[in-house]
Design a protein around this ligand. Structure first.
Ligand code: 0L1
Ligand code: MG
Length: 262
């Protein structure tokens, strides 16, 4: 690690304050260009610790930048991992208040819920499918705290991978019931289709993103516990939203889920 504990704590406080006050900031690597991956995840962990200390619960995990469309959109080449706190959850069909956010975008995703713990190294798609209780449609609302979504990977990891809000719903199905590679999705904004794709856009199979997360945590001596909700990453590019927009995700064989921006 290149940063000391005081700097990590100060950067976590800065980024979380930006999140809570809906304020943007230049990317933190402008000031700390030598920070490394361990520093980036340490800052994210400190944000998580701050939320737990205030009484929040961590209710899910996420993989991000798992599709070529997303990687190309953001000019990066590697997936990243983050967490979701209880106040990120929007009820199915519910409202998401834009005044609490900076510049929200939505991503169509497939969410997994585990029934057994998953631990790397060596976790693979087969192990993920065997440990999955069910999958269901999910929309992630990302809201990078960085000005104009301009960041590098270490900055975005520190910023909890732009995690902000999410909704899951529709029909929960057993992971073995569908071929998730060929499962088609349509994202609609205000009734108009705005993005299309299939599960294979996420690393060839959305379960590969969950395996990568398990291997990432395994390298740190951690695991994905049973009963964890995990967003596997945007299947298409993220779509910008504003107050008044209504967004619906339709997933083949899994029904639909939606939310409204107010
Ligand atoms: O969930 C995601 O794919 C987003 C990861 C962070 C990058 C971004 O803000 O687009
Ligand atoms: Mg996402």
């Amino acid at each position: 690690m290149k940063l000391d504990a005081a700097t990590i704590a100060a950067l976590a406080q800065h980024l979380e304050t930006c999140e809570l006050e809906a304020r943007d900031t230049p990317k933190i690597t402008d000031e700390y260009p030598h920070m490394d991956w361990d520093d980036a995840y340490a800052i994210q962990n400190e944000i998580r610790r701050r939320k737990l200390e205030r009484g929040h619960r961590i209710i899910g995990l996420k993989a991000g930048l798992t599709s070529h469309a997303k990687m190309k959109q953001m000019g990066v080449t590697t997936p990243v991992f983050g967490f979701m706190a209880d106040n990120f959850a929007v009820p199915e069909g519910g409202e998401c208040r834009v005044s609490e956010l900076i510049h929200p975008k939505v991503e169509p995703e497939i969410a997994f819920v585990t029934k057994r713990a998953l631990k790397g190294p060596g976790c693979h798609i087969g192990a993920v499918l065997a440990a999955t209780d069910f999958v269901l449609p999910g929309i992630e609302v990302i809201d990078s705290r960085y000005r104009d979504f301009k960041f590098d990977l270490k900055s975005v990891v520190a910023d909890n991978t732009s995690a902000s809000r999410f909704v899951v719903g529709g029909r929960a199905v057993s992971a073995g019931e569908l071929d998730l590679r060929t499962t088609g999705i349509v994202l609609e904004k205000n009734g108009e289709p705005v993005a299309f794709g299939a599960g294979a856009a996420v690393l060839g199979h959305p379960a590969a993103a969950i395996a990568m997360l398990a291997n990432h945590l395994g390298a740190r001596g951690e695991e994905i516990p049973a009963g964890t909700l995990i967003l596997s990453g945007g299947i298409t590019e993220a779509v910008a939203v504003k107050a008044g927009d209504s967004v619906t995700l339709k997933v083949q064989g899994m029904g639909s889920v939606g939310l409204r921006f107010v």
